[in-house]
Design a protein around this ligand. Structure first.
Ligand code: DSN
Length: 406
């Protein structure tokens, strides 16, 4: 067996024996993985359907149009919405929106990274914070919820050209309607980055951003459970600018194998079972939050409305980097994360957890209780990883990595 294949096999075993609570991770079905490994990986197709810079793209054209239509279908959209399925991932998708719709130096407003936003929402080390003037909003100091009044005040003061809604570490529902109104009032565009919650939006378990935003970006992995990639959905009037920004502005040939995998994932998302899955993701997150609170953990905003939760472990005298390491040694993955007030992303105070992956394995409320107890034993009751890892392995064995979703 070659070294590369050995590593593939080892990674499969690692995933099988690990409880993955990283909220941005999930388990793509075998069909999605097969599409990624399909013949489409061999093909170049720079351009868009009907206007390619390479021959041999009959199937590519059909595939791309099919994926666009499926995106409209899962989100319940009419042809008034254009879909670009070519972005390589979420960060390039957001950058393409700025590049297509703004001029360098324009002002954008987004949620601060330490409050749950994303690097591409205007963080100073990111391209978005270097090429544009950025204003950052955040959560209230006591509520842990987005301070919409402050967001409005900042928008009126700085008159941004674009306001980004959406987050990567925010456990509550986002009021897209309110942010859409604020954007309209200051004549800003509204970009909703729903990468984390897209699956919940599809399942109608989170209010839709579509009536309130001009452009929506989402990754297709995370709660959508597809391949590592992203799509941009925009009102028709922004189609040309967005398409040009993606190609030739930022990217070359689209990864057709990934677009095929997106189509497969969206076919899966149409099924009623996808909604049941998302319902269970929410139930599991609520249970995990409740059980962790019972075990003495302090959660941001005291709970969750979505698939993730954020524990401020520093508030209980626990170092988040140490906590991440101890959990990993026991076979539980949850990532250290900044919480409001943190100065450095390298030494944050929080641990972020989510339920998309464990729910894909079929775990339910009872297993969330078991996981919360394991976490508490490791982080608060000084049990060693060696004492807990047997329990973790047993749970993983009872809930193997699924091959397909029916
Ligand atoms: N890095 C992703 C996350 O973990 O949320 C967002 O891009």
């Amino acid at each position: 067996m070659s070294k590369a294949v050995q590593l593939l096999v080892k990674e499969g075993k690692r995933q099988a024996e690990t409880i993955d609570l990283i909220p941005s991770e999930n388990i793509a079905s075998r069909r999605v993985q097969d599409a990624l490994a399909s013949y489409f990986t061999n093909k170049y197709a720079e351009g868009y359907p009907g206007k390619r810079y390479y021959p041999g793209n009959v199937m590519a054209d059909e595939l791309e149009l099919y994926a666009q239509n499926l995106a409209r279908k899962i989100f319940g959209l009419t042809k008034r919405w254009h879909v670009n399925v070519q972005p390589y991932s979420g960060s390039p998708a957001n950058i393409a929106v700025y590049f297509g719709l703004l001029n360098f130096g324009d002002t954008i407003m987004g949620m601060a990274l330490s409050h749950g936003g994303h690097l591409t929402h205007g963080h100073k080390v990111n391209f978005s914070g270097r090429a544009y003037r950025t204003i950052q909003y955040g959560v209230g100091p006591y509520t842990g919820r987005i301070d919409y009044d402050e967001l409005e005040r900042l928008a009126k003061k700085y008159r941004p050209k674009l306001i980004v809604s959406g987050a990567t570490a925010y456990p509550r529902k986002i009021d897209f309607a309110r942010i859409g109104d604020i954007a309209k009032n200051v004549k800003a565009l509204h970009l909703a980055d729903i990468s984390h919650i897209a699956g919940l939006v599809v399942a109608k378990l989170h209010p839709s951003p579509f009536p309130h935003a001009d452009v929506i970006t989402t990754t297709t992995h995370k709660t959508l459970r597809g391949p590592r990639a992203a799509i941009i959905l925009c009102k028709k009037e922004y189609k040309d600018a967005i398409d040009k920004a993606v190609f030739p502005g930022l990217q070359g040939g689209p990864h057709l194998n990934t677009i095929a995998a997106i189509a497969v994932a969206f076919e899966e998302a149409i099924r009623p079972s996808f909604r049941h899955y998302q319902q269970q993701v929410l139930k599991n997150a609520k249970t995990l939050a409740r059980e962790l609170i019972k075990e003495g953990f302090q959660l941001l905003s005291d709970g969750t409305d979505n698939h993730l939760l954020l524990a401020n472990v520093k508030a209980s005298g626990i170092d988040a980097s140490w906590a991440e390491g101890v959990l990993e040694q026991a076979g539980i993955l949850a990532n250290r994360n900044t919480v409001p007030g943190d100065a450095s992303p390298f030494r944050p105070s929080g641990i972020r957890m989510g339920t998309p992956s464990v729910t894909s394995r079929g775990m339910r409320e009872q297993e969330m209780r078991t996981i919360a107890v394991c976490i508490a034993q490791l982080l608060r009751k000084h049990k060693t990883p060696l004492e807990i890892c047997g329990k973790v392995k047993k749970l993983c064995k009872r809930f193997p990595i699924p091959e397909i979703y029916r």
